[in-house]
Ligand binder design. Structure first.
Ligand SMILES: O=C(O)c1ccccc1N[C@@H]1O[C@H](COP(=O)(O)O)[C@@H](O)[C@H]1O
Length: 214
């Protein structure tokens, strides 16, 4: 399944200038900053701001939060110019965050099977990804792939995005099989945890765009 003219691409977990610039040069739609201290991609709000102040092209910035308090979010927004907040939280808490901060919110939504897929979306977008492994130290960014067969024929009426274990070699197949309108990647475009590889970013964006047009 496909037929989209533009598959949205988010590159998540930028920590350094070369990776950030590669996102911009290759036309990524969203650039993600991880505000979760136990991640190898963690950045302070000040560091994210310094990166975001570089040329941003068409890209918008996404701040990733894991079960944040309002204070956690406010502390980041004091410095970092975010366009979107991606959060790991309950549906109700995500709605509260959207109301409190007036920014678009994407809700990370881990699923194990087709029966877990959301029926509705009370924020701006649902980010569908796998449930993390039992011993994982973070809820995402584990290079773990979802079983895409559960998404075949799924056509929700709300915006969604696919994350988890995507890379240069499999993103086109993921888009073709699921018809997903936007994809999100972190580990798959890295040379080491937290360090993005500009050449992999270029190939990932190109492969996603080509598949979306097919
Ligand atoms: O990237 C992280 O370190 C991270 C930490 C905590 C929560 C989420 C995190 N990443 C998100 O998970 C997806 C999938 O990552 P991957 O491509 O499988 O490595 C990533 O795009 C982030 O949105």
């Amino acid at each position: 399944m496909s037929g989209h003219c533009h598959t949205g691409v988010k590159i998540c977990g930028l920590t350094e200038e070369a990776g950030f610039d590669a996102c911009v040069e290759n036309g990524a739609d969203w650039i993600g900053f991880v505000f979760f201290e136990r991640s190898p991609r963690f950045v302070t709000p000040q560091h994210a701001t310094r990166l975001a102040q570089r040329e941003r092209g068409q890209a918008r910035t996404v701040g990733l939060f894991v079960h944040p308090t309002d204070e956690d979010i406010a502390r980041v927004l004091e410095h970092a110019p975010l366009d979107v907040m991606q959060i790991y939280a309950s549906d109700e808490r995500a709605r509260q965050v959207a109301d409190a901060f007036g920014l678009p919110v994407w809700l990370s939504f881990p699923v194990a099977g087709r029966e877990d897929l959301p029926q509705s979306c009370s924020v701006q977008r649902m980010l569908i990804e796998p449930i993390p492994p039992k011993n994982a130290t973070r809820p995402g960014g584990n290079a773990q792939k979802l079983d895409w067969s559960m998404l075949e024929g799924w056509q929700p009426s709300f915006p969604w995005m696919l994350a988890g274990g995507l890379n240069v070699g499999n993103v086109a197949e993921a888009i073709r099989r699921t018809g997903v309108p936007a994809v999100d990647v972190s580990s798959g475009v890295e040379s080491a945890p937290g360090i993005k590889d500009p050449a992999l970013i270029a190939s990932f964006v190109r492969n996603a765009r080509t598949a979306g047009r097919a």
